[in-house]
Design a protein around this ligand. Structure first.
Ligand code: THU
Length: 126
């Protein structure tokens, strides 16, 4: 699975975004250590704070299916179908990634690959 292929799965996952309030579609594709990919989209709610980000949808799907080891996550976001601008993960999603992933987790965006260490240094760990 190349970075480009994983990113394309994230773009595809964004098709299912339920984003009637923001109009901003996000898709995520999470590559597990066993090679399986779990995708997710953002799911908004009329009670705004209840909405869920695409990254957390994908991570929660994978964890609820018994996966605990992850290699990479690709994220794509757009308000007009053009996914060329990078969609950096929000702080809450970075923290959820850090619960399950090493600092070496690769975060693949339209402008390249980052590590969790780069995007969330000195993170909280209980
Ligand atoms: N969103 C994500 O899905 N992931 C992020 O990392 C940032 C924001 C979603 C939440 C909301 O549905 C929409 O983008 C606009 O904030």
């Amino acid at each position: 699975m190349t970075d480009k292929e994983l990113f394309e799965l994230a773009v595809k996952a964004a098709e299912n975004a339920y984003c009637k309030y923001s109009g901003f579609s996000v898709g995520a594709a999470l590559l597990c250590e066993d090679g399986e990919v779990f995708t997710g989209c953002n799911i908004e709610n009329g009670s705004y704070p209840l909405g869920n980000c695409a990254e957390r949808t994908a991570i929660f799907k994978a964890v609820s299916e018994g996966r605990r080891a992850f290699i990479a996550i690709a994220i794509a976001g757009s308000s007009d179908g053009d996914f060329s601008a990078p969609c950096y993960p929000c702080g809450a999603c970075r923290q959820v990634m850090s619960e399950f992933c090493e600092g070496s987790l690769r975060i693949i965006l339209s402008d390249g690959a980052y590590t969790l260490d780069e995007l969330l240094p000195k993170r909280f760990k209980l």
